[in-house]
Design a protein around this ligand. Sequence first.
Ligand code: NAP
Length: 280
Amino acid sequence: MTNQIPEITLNDGTNIPAIGFGTYKLWGNDGAAAIASAIDHGYRLIDSAYNYENEGTVGAALKRTSVPREELRITSKLPGRYHTYDKAVKTIQESLYRADLDYYDLYLIHWPNPKQDIYMEAWQALIDAKKWGLIRSIGVCNFLPEHLERLEKETGVLPSINQVELHPFFNQAEQRKWHEEHGVVTESWSPLTRASDVFTNDTIKDIADKHSKTASQIILRWHYQHDAVAIPKSASPVRQLENISIFDFVLDDEDIEAIDELSRTDGRMKDQDPAVYEEF
Ligand SMILES: NC(=O)c1ccc[n+]([C@@H]2O[C@H](COP(=O)([O-])OP(=O)(O)OC[C@H]3O[C@@H](n4cnc5c(N)ncnc54)[C@H](OP(=O)(O)O)[C@@H]3O)[C@@H](O)[C@H]2O)c1
């Protein structure tokens, strides 16, 4: 068994790697070095966001690597304060200027902000920006099934990806099932719970010992076996390599079930329920 990263096909026919790299809090020169290191270690799917103020950092990292642009899948996200159609279009253009890119592979609506209720305009802007060639694939983050159903009902277009909070303490079983039934790929944010006590959890530690792997590798393999594309962030080249080295072993059903049982209905890290929580 090799450690090569498998690919997943999206509902628009494009491919992405089965694991990516998170960049929240990676910015400036150190951030660019960390992102370039991740690419050099084999990551090809890079997550970023307008609100992380690091699209320029991602662009700088791309200039430091010799990996061809067409092998990379670069993501950014539209903030809640720019959901109106005209602002969304200008924000996508600004995201491209910041990263010095001609196109994003993935562009996602960052939060639905249902009280504000303008995400339909944002979605139409993403659909059009895709037609204009500014974006290859379009998606969302933190959308509940009711939000996704509305996108499809009003535009006929479902997102390729929904990036949601997903980790052993909040495994999103129902949301994942909805995605699977509708051909939407699940991406997991904070897949390692931002290095909380998940790493010292006895269940995870026992499974790590059984497979002679680290806790992080067990958790990321669990995401993969649930068809969820994890995007772990690490500033450390050593941990970047550790996190991507998960394709040479298999968790058995018993392992998966034991990790599934760690999930709690109140397991969100910061109680950010997209039905009520809004971010701008
Ligand atoms: N769409 C959304 O609303 C949303 C929300 C949150 C995050 N995101 C995206 O998801 C990405 C990942 O989530 P996240 O950054 O919140 O958290 P995360 O990836 O779950 O955890 C990152 C933390 O874990 C540590 N870490 C990484 N690998 C490790 C290892 N092998 N052993 C020990 N510690 C390790 C990192 O420290 P070091 O850096 O020191 O290694 C960092 O403190 C973000 O970077 C961002 O791109 C999206």
